[in-house]
Design a protein around this ligand. Structure first.
Ligand SMILES: [Zn+2]
Length: 343
């Protein structure tokens, strides 16, 4: 498999014998799921891919289904290849939620090959986004046929995903329809509060400075909806480091646009960004979280909404604004999240 470029690489670099021994004794990502189901547990089994989607599904489902995430947090989901053991999980799942828009093709292929009779795959992004709204850009060029898949970084699309999850769960498990509706309402309300806080705080950014240069190209839809400008993303479509001529082009753009700060992330550490910052004299802020939810699984801050709050406060502060509304926001979330998030 392709190794994800991640700060958790050390775990993958364990000698094989040690890793195998660990997987026999621990419920970790090596087993591909949270472990054998309790035979008395007759809840629906729901598989999800990246942690933002797992968080959305958990927010709507609560404890009424068993949720198994597949893509480890802090992994490059665009190059992720599922382990063979994931086939076993996918063969037991009643529902499989993926983003689609060609983000998780290897996992989707494995799901289609292994899903049981009556199981259903829901491509949240593909269903949500009409083709006329696809965004193609530097990292996701049109000739490659893969649109930018990052809808969930925009809280308004996250609510649309949650509504699709609600509808799907209600069809499959009508006994809990009222709970799914109430949980969805809670998520939608909190996501709306987040969107309002972003809209209020972005007003404090100096005029003309809502311009994003990021390493990973994850904010295109957010920018379109919230009237920001994505000047560029550094990560090429190959997900390798950019070539010297690509770097030179970006340096020119950064200078021309007068961008004050460029943003990297812990998921995609990049010495290239550092070099670009040194060359252009702009600030380099390297703390975007991409798909890595804050805190540990089970902690109250381990949610998509907190992830987005963290990223947008970093961006607004980095662009010279005051994220006071985002800082003050306390999410009122009552739905438990006991989903399995591989690390
Ligand atoms: Zn991404």
């Amino acid at each position: 498999m392709a190794l994800p470029r991640t700060r958790r690489l050390t775990r993958l670099a364990l000698p094989l014998a040690v890793a195998t021994a660990l997987s026999l004794t621990a419920c970790g990502s090596d087993s591909g799921s949270s472990g054998a189901a309790d035979p008395a547990d007759n809840r629906l089994i729901v598989a999800t891919t990246v942690s933002p989607l797992t968080s959305i599904v958990a927010a709507v489902a609560g404890d009424n289904v068993r949720i198994e995430g597949i893509v480890p947090e802090g992994t490059n989901s665009h190059t992720f290849e599922p382990q063979p053991q994931t086939a076993e999980l996918l063969s037991t799942a009643d529902l499989i939620f993926v983003n689609g828009l060609k983000l998780e093709d290897p996992t989707l292929g494995l799901a289609r090959a292994n899903m049981k009779d009556g199981a259903e795959i829901i491509e949240l992004g593909t269903v949500t986004l009409p083709e006329s709204d696809y965004i193609f850009d530097f990292s996701f060029p049109e000739e490659e046929g893969k649109p930018n898949p990052h809808l969930w970084t925009d809280p308004t699309y996250a609510v649309e995903y949650a509504d699709l999850v609600r509808e799907t769960l209600t069809d499959r498990d009508p006994d809990n329809a009222a709970a799914y509706q109430a949980n969805f309402d809670e998520f939608a309300r909190e996501a709306d509060r987040l969107a309002e806080a972003v809209r209020a705080d972005q007003q404090t950014v100096p005029d003309g400075q809502l311009k994003l240069v990021t390493y990973h190209d994850a904010y295109a839809y957010f920018a379109r909806n919230f009237d920001w400008t994505v000047v560029g993303a550094i990560q090429p479509k190959s997900f390798d480091e950019p070539t010297p001529s690509e770097v030179a082009g970006l340096i020119e753009q950064i200078r021309a646009e007068g961008v004050p700060t460029i943003f990297g992330s812990e998921v995609f550490p990049s010495s290239v960004l550092e070099a670009i910052a040194a060359e252009t004299g702009v600030r380099y802020e390297d703390s975007l979280r991409d798909d890595d939810l804050p805190g540990e699984p089970g902690a109250p801050e381990h949610t998509l909404l907190e992830l987005l709050r963290s990223n947008y406060r970093t961006m607004i502060a980095g662009l010279g604004g005051n994220p006071t509304n985002l800082d003050a926001l306390v999410f009122e979330v009552t739905v438990p999240d006991n989903a399995y998030y591989p690390q």
